[in-house]
Design a protein around this ligand. Structure first.
Ligand SMILES: *Cc1c(COP(=O)(O)O)cnc(C)c1O
Length: 399
């Protein structure tokens, strides 16, 4: 499997083609760099779509994983395990909510959050519980999560999905308000819309949503699978807004590469929603993944990662702004912390720039067809930002 044509042929023979993959086969990573099977080095400003907050090859993290492997990988949720208890304590402290359920992915965290809201509505006696979701949102690919994902092309081949979901416009409170009635059981949104172009919620919008949810006893679900876990410059992005959700969903950087997610519920909603028998997962919260989560929280503290994100954000933001001044086809720059979107004129496709960046040894991501998404590991220093900007500038110069 030495040549590019070899691994592409082998993959197309055996892997279901649900992705249009780039012709790169990564072999290992070190710090914020990835190396492919030809030995070519890439600066990684995509971090496995926001997963690898610690970068690659963090020794303390890897040692903690190895130690847990030698103890026990899996028990079952019929018993207790210390790593899960510790991980849950650290997560609840970090997010300010109360009760944790560990899942195996982001989309499963959404499924759980939707079940919490539905059960809460059931307990209240709602006959036709409705959910308000947002246009241009992304919550995952399983049927429940897809039902609240505001993207008709993702949904169309899989209709009918779960009923009674309506879509409002993100950052437009009036469009949300007009859907609210006595059957509304939940509002679900991303604090920062990621996949559709990196759009943070406005302060006004989120506080109005919080207020109406309080007034009408509606469950507010904030999806922080991408923008949470330090990426925004706070542990969770809603902490910039001075509000809290009733249910938080997390995944991606929660395990920094180990597949784990979680939903976290406020005490009040927990008491009146999922009870023994209502939900479960064989793997969910096993000792191995929870040892990872626990160590991730420890390392966030030891490495002062939130402070580093804040420092690096100031530098990255001003350098991207300078690029936007220099090139008038960069028409907008949005984001929060180390999750940034650079919108290109309609005629320029993000994919073309991403391919050229790869040729020059830089990994960045798309977000929609004409927005570049920048989401580096949270451990970057300013020299990595300089290197990224230099490569990006050299590509933009040729457009
Ligand atoms: C990635 C993502 C998901 C889905 O997570 P998976 O682990 O891929 O299932 C859900 N919501 C948001 C905001 C995401 O970025």
């Amino acid at each position: 499997m030495n040549t590019t044509t070899d691994f592409i042929a082998s993959a197309s023979e055996s892997i279901l083609k649900t992705y249009n993959r780039q012709p790169i086969n990564f072999d290992y990573g070190k710090g914020v760099y990835l190396f492919d099977t030809h030995g070519k080095k890439y600066l990684d400003f995509g971090s496995g779509v926001g997963v690898n907050a610690l970068g690659y090859g963090n020794k303390a993290f890897n040692d903690a994983l190895k130690a847990q492997i030698d103890k026990v990988l899996h028990i079952s949720n019929l018993y207790y395990n210390t790593p899960a208890i510790e991980a849950a304590q650290k997560l609840r402290r970090a997010c300010g909510l109360d009760k944790v359920f560990f899942t195996n992915s982001g989309t499963e965290s959404i499924e759980g959050a939707l079940k919490v809201a539905k059960k809460y509505a059931f307990q209240k006696g709602l006959k036709n519980p409705q959910i308000i979701a947002m246009n241009n949102s992304f919550h995952g690919r399983t049927l429940g999560a897809l039902s609240v994902t505001g993207n008709t092309s993702y949904q169309k081949p899989f209709l009918p999905l779960i009923p009674d979901v309506v879509f409002a416009d993100f950052n437009n409170f009036e469009s949300v308000e007009k859907f609210i009635n006595d059957n509304t059981c939940a509002i679900i949104l991303e604090s920062v819309q990621g996949e559709s172009g990196v759009t943070p919620a406005t302060k006004e919008f989120l506080s109005q949503i919080r207020r109406i949810c309080d007034e009408k006893d509606i469950v507010l679900i904030l999806d922080e699978i991408q923008c949470g876990m330090g990426r925004s410059g706070k542990m969770f992005a809603y902490q910039h807004y001075g509000i809290k959700p009733d249910v938080l969903t997390s995944a991606k950087a929660l395990g920094c590469g180990v597949p784990v997610g979680a939903f976290v519920v406020s005490e009040k909603i927990a008491k009146h929603s999922l009870q023994p028998g209502d939900h479960g997962s064989t793997y969910g919260g096993n000792p191995f993944v929870c040892a990872a989560v626990s160590k991730v929280f420890d390392l966030f503290e030891e490495l002062s990662l939130i402070q580093n994100v804040q420092n690096m954000t100031t530098i990255l933001e001003s350098k991207i702004n300078a690029l936007c001044k220099k090139y008038n086809f960069l028409i907008d720059h949005r984001g929060l912390g180390l999750l940034r979107g650079i919108e290109l004129e309609e005629r320029i496709h993000s994919k073309d720039i991403i391919v050229r960046a790869q040729e020059k040894g830089l990994i960045i991501l798309p977000a929609g067809h004409n927005t570049l998404r920048i989401a580096p590991p949270l451990v970057i220093d300013s020299s990595h930002i300089d290197e990224m900007i230099e490569i990006l500038d050299s590509i933009l110069r040729e457009i």
